[in-house]
Design a protein around this ligand. Sequence first.
Ligand SMILES: [Zn+2]
Length: 523
Amino acid sequence: MAAMNFVSELKPFKNMWKIQVKIIRLWKQYSAAGGETIEMVFVDARGDKIAGTVKRELVGQFNRVLQEGDTKVIINFTVTNSGGSYRPSKHPFKIVFLPTTRVRICEDLPNNLTGLNPVKFGDVLNGVLDDDYLVDVIGQIVEVTQMEIVSVKGKDTQKISVELRNEDDERLPLVLWGKFAEDVSNAIQLRSEQSIVCVLRFGKIKVWKEDRSISNAYNVSNVSLNPQMDEVQAFMSLLPSDDLAMAIVDPKSNAVVPTVKERDEFFRHTPRKTISMVLESKQVEKCIVMASIGAIDSDMGWYYLSCKVCAKKVLTVPNDIEDGDEFNVSGHNYYCIKCKDKNPQLLPRYKLHLVVLDNTNDTKFLLFDNLAMQLLHKPCLELTGPVTDEDPDMLPPILQDLVGKTLLFKIGIERENYLYKHPTYKVLKIMSVIGMINEFDVIGSPTESQNTFGGTYSALSDAPEGSLMLHGGSSQSDKTSDLTPAKRMRSPIINLEDAFDQNSVTRSVGTRKIKQEKNEKSG
Ligand SMILES: [Zn+2]
């Protein structure tokens, strides 16, 4: 048998090559032209990488013998030109399997042969790198938005925007879509004090106007958080030791331009009601209410202990002790009904009872975890600390910052609300966008106007929206606003700065606070 070849030697002139490679990435790809194919990236002992394809008609033949992470000897295949704008390797050629290709079991290549080859942030940002080639990136997550659901080709897709930093404290914007957005969102919810290092394999450089960012490419990319890799250990040891707190900020796209879908939902598909109208309603329905937060009802607590797995509230189970004829209780355990788990892992989640008012009446809105986080920019766990017991009697000061804010609430009116006069309505969505509130107000008034900014934009594109971020102004109005509902909402808005000055509502309050925190930490 011929000697082993190296990946760097492979050229199209012959087929009888023999290589030993590790499959560092494997995914199925579907295209209308090619059907379902197996796509792979191989690395050899020298660290050189090359892409490989098993065409539709051979998928059945090779499906079982090819697994990500495996090392194989592959003999006899075609080498063809590599092209396109999603190239996982610098290699000018790629491997195409033949019906006569042989895949042999062999001794594994070393575990630490990962093929990871992180690029410099600067090379991404200044356009040195050709965006036809996919890149690896490693960085610490230092800023993250709430996860958004956006419509991509008619399908709801999760999206999260992250800022990574490297060992030189440079920053790189990263946008993650789909499952990876959810993974990051969960990791941030559940993180302890340790920092989160994100490793993106085969990411796509996105160019939008002059700005560059990285995004995951459908199917091809892989994202892992704090993976056990030598590269991650080495990276962490080089990070600045400044204990930089992770900032959770408003999604940048939503800060100015809500998606068409969101606008439609708020302005066309859901009726607007005043609080009086809500209280008088006698049917199950959803509606939009513009109201100011007057207070937080601390009697009702502000969080609940949930099961980390299913998010349901856990039950307390008293420990019974038989003491003669009597039963005493000593302490308690927790139980998750849904998971049937007698020792569930606990996670505190927000459950805020807001006293809200407009100029017609007042009532209570119930705000659950994700929505509360959208306003507070911190996971509940960060405020409670490690919870050993459910004793949420004191309101943390940050919750008081909500008082005085005017927001658009989408609420659900349920049967018990009108049948039993239960005046607490569950909030389904909140919109704290300046443009939305003004538009809402304009539409609600007799003089309809065309002054909406950003009306034709949508946040559906996967282009980075970084330039649209609003930063906190110097006005103190959100601190000092009294409870006159929606008081400064009447004048039509012409441009952003005006909107910014006149509005007491959003202005990325969280961002401003976070910036202060950073200064305190670093100063
Ligand atoms: Zn559970």
